[in-house]
Design a protein around this ligand. Structure first.
Ligand SMILES: [Zn+2]
Length: 450
């Protein structure tokens, strides 16, 4: 790591706030909580910064941030902000690189059981599709998930979530989808909300409505889609537990027509959509996602030129999931060059799930995206900040370091932004800051499940 250029301790710096700091951002007795983070090398990742000359050019000329009640109130020089916010708590970042807090915009991190035995079967030559058709895969996780209550589902996810926090993640998308039946799906979505209360991070919850057809469901996949549209989706929308609706468009899952039906219902209910598209075959899922103005189309290994053009026209984010590509030993990478040329925003996510991407590291996903898919280091950093925020529809609030946004920061013990992509397992995080509170890394985060 690059040691800080100076070891001077700011006179008013305080110890890590820990859990109290999480609550403390709301203020004490109504007084605003004001913090000034000084002597940072700020990689703002704001639009235009990278284009102006790469990420090095994107390092802001200012070195300090003022946060009031968790929002970025000003970006400026240390002298200016110390003067302007004279009573603020000052936190000296000692010359470290600072990026927006990382955003993992695609995970299935809440589930029961584990599927390491399937890895052995796949290593022996069996395909993912074959295991799924034989009753393994998603259905086995669904059975294990149905056996757990809401607090247990949250508890078993916490070690995986803590691993992501240790990578600097401050916002996490969590999909349901292993519940299959309404009651269990709602339980998974509540577990996602519970996790947001147990750990210092923002959670976007997605109802993965059409994931897999439950075994022996009356009417098969058409019958299940009918049930989703007539009962499940309206109930989920009424619960207020979901921020978006997702589906899995694939030969082993749901057809374009079935997904379109689900998306029509979501549109009527006012919920944005996103799609698992073109992962194992070209189902024209990218075009389907674009047709519904989806927030994102995810995977895209088999998307064609027409699909890429449709995403560009719709402004839909391409979420690349190199963990699944790697774990399934796929050979066809997503059309990154075409996406780049068409100006489709590209995000990167862990896709943390028990079957195809048991990956609890967003930094490792960045490395895989660079090595396996050919993304530049600039694209990787933007892919887990600005573009990931765009994929969740929260770019106005997060994803870049700009005045008015939530003060979510990742502070790094590396010299160059490229080092975040370059290494695997180096644990480069110095500290996370979530909503302006100064937080310890996850090792010291609260571990009690309430
Ligand atoms: Zn997924």
């Amino acid at each position: 790591m690059p040691p800080p250029t100076s070891t001077t301790t700011a006179p008013t710096a305080v110890a890590d706030a820990g859990v109290a700091g999480v609550a403390g951002v709301a203020g004490v007795a109504g007084a605003p909580v004001v913090r000034v983070f000084v002597r940072a090398r700020l990689l703002t990742v704001r639009a235009g910064a990278a284009e102006a000359g790469g990420l090095t050019g994107g390092i802001d000329r200012h070195d300090s941030i003022a946060a009031v009640d968790g929002r970025i109130a000003a970006i400026g020089s240390q002298d200016e902000l110390r003067r302007r916010f004279a009573d603020a708590e000052v936190i000296d970042l000692e010359g470290r690189l600072v990026t927006p807090g990382l955003i993992d915009c695609h995970t299935h991190i809440v589930y029961g059981g584990e599927r390491s035995a399937e890895m052995e079967r796949r290593l022996a030559g069996e395909s993912y599709e074959s295991i799924a058709r034989a009753g393994g895969g998603i259905l086995s996780t669904a059975a294990a998930t149905a056996r757990l209550g809401e607090s247990e589902l949250a508890a078993v996810a916490l070690p995986r979530i803590d691993a992501l926090l240790a990578d600097g993640v401050t916002t996490l998308e969590i999909k349901s989808g292993y519940g299959l039946e309404l009651e269990v799906e709602l339980r998974c979505l509540r577990a996602a909300r519970r996790i947001a209360a147990l750990r210092p991070l923002s959670v976007s919850a997605t109802y993965l409505a059409a994931h897999v057809v439950p075994a022996e469901f009356p009417g098969g996949s058409d019958g299940y889609v009918e049930r989703i549209c007539s009962q499940y989706l309206p109930a989920v929308a009424a619960s207020g537990l979901a921020d978006a609706v997702d589906a899995y468009c694939e030969t082993i899952a749901f057809s374009v027509e079935q997904v379109a039906r689900v998306f029509e219902c979501a549109r009527v209910l006012g919920l944005p959509v996103k799609l698992h598209a073109d992962q194992l075959s070209n189902m024209h899922g990218a075009a389907l996602a674009a047709r519904f103005g989806a927030l994102s189309a995810d995977h895209l290994e088999f998307s064609d030129a027409a699909g890429v053009a449709a995403l560009a026209r719709a402004g839909t984010v391409a979420v690349l999931l190199p963990g699944a590509f790697y774990f399934l030993r796929q050979r066809q990478a997503p059309p990154v060059r075409a996406l780049r040329q068409a100006g489709v925003p590209m995000a990167i996510a862990s896709d943390c799930n028990p079957g195809t991407s048991p990956l609890c590291s967003l930094l490792a996903a960045m490395n895989l995206a660079a090595v396996e898919f050919g993304l530049s280091t600039d694209e990787c950093v933007a892919g887990v900040t600005r573009e990931a925020a765009r994929a969740l529809g929260v770019l106005a609030d997060r994803g870049t370091i700009e005045v008015g946004k939530s003060c979510d920061l990742a502070i790094w013990n590396v010299e160059q932004p490229a080092a975040l992509v370059y290494s695997l397992g180096g644990q480069p995080l110095h500290q996370r800051v979530w909503r302006g509170g100064r937080l310890p890394t996850c090792a010291a985060a609260p571990s009690t499940v309430r």
